[in-house]
Write a protein that binds this ligand. Structure first.
Ligand code: AMP
Length: 189
């Protein structure tokens, strides 16, 4: 038998979405269990199920706009925005946007990073649904929430395909007054 370095996250799960998420050990560095969502995207029913469940999570919060975090948050966020008839705002890594920007720095394990939006992308009166593929420590999503709120918007809710609850990010984001919904949880890192 050929051993492959790729494991199903939970082959026994009866949640088809969970079973479609592929776990790749030691990527991008030793000790990280990378939760690969490309295996959801390539499956038409799985991708549709993910968007349908995220749409349910976002319903009832009077969301006026979707914001997605670079890069995988763009895929789910843009599909959701179209599905819900809303506009989409990409939250980008620093120095990618061509116009005048506002940004927010956040700490990484080593050093720091920055996310940005155009300074006219959102404004007072917008109620933003924040979308990303995965929440781990929550650093990125909290920075995104603070950035959007600094522009005068409300961010009542954030939706993720995957939560890694042991890393505490969802709890931290809830501490910022954001309702956090995730479709699938995985123990560990
Ligand atoms: P964090 O700011 O720690 O919540 O990290 C969230 C961002 O890092 C998301 O945009 C994820 O795409 C990515 N990420 C962090 N950990 C993982 C992981 N184990 N598998 C896949 N993506 C991850």
């Amino acid at each position: 038998m050929v051993l492959r370095p790729i494991l199903r996250a939970d082959a026994m799960s009866d949640d088809p979405l969970r079973a479609l998420i592929r776990t790749i050990p030691d990527f991008p560095k030793p000790g990280i269990q990378f939760r690969d969502i490309t295996t959801v995207l390539r499956d038409a029913e799985g991708f549709g199920l993910a968007i349908a469940r995220m749409k349910v999570a976002l319903a009832g919060h009077d969301i006026t706009m979707i914001a997605g975090i670079e890069a995988r948050g763009f895929i789910f966020g843009a599909a959701l925005a179209r599905e819900m008839g809303l506009g989409f705002v990409p939250i980008r890594k620093k120095d990618k946007l061509p116009g005048r920007t506002i940004g927010m720095n956040y700490a990484l394990e080593y050093g720091q990073d920055r996310i940005e939006i155009h300074d006219d992308a959102v404004g007072a009166g917008d109620r933003i649904g924040l979308v990303d593929d995965l929440i781990a420590t929550g650093g990125t999503a909290i920075a995104a929430t603070k950035l959007l709120r600094s522009a005068g918007t409300e961010v009542p809710l954030a939706v993720f395909l995957v939560d890694l609850p042991d890393l505490g990010g969802a709890e931290r984001l809830r501490g910022e007054g954001v309702i956090v919904e995730a479709l699938v949880g995985f123990a560990g890192h």
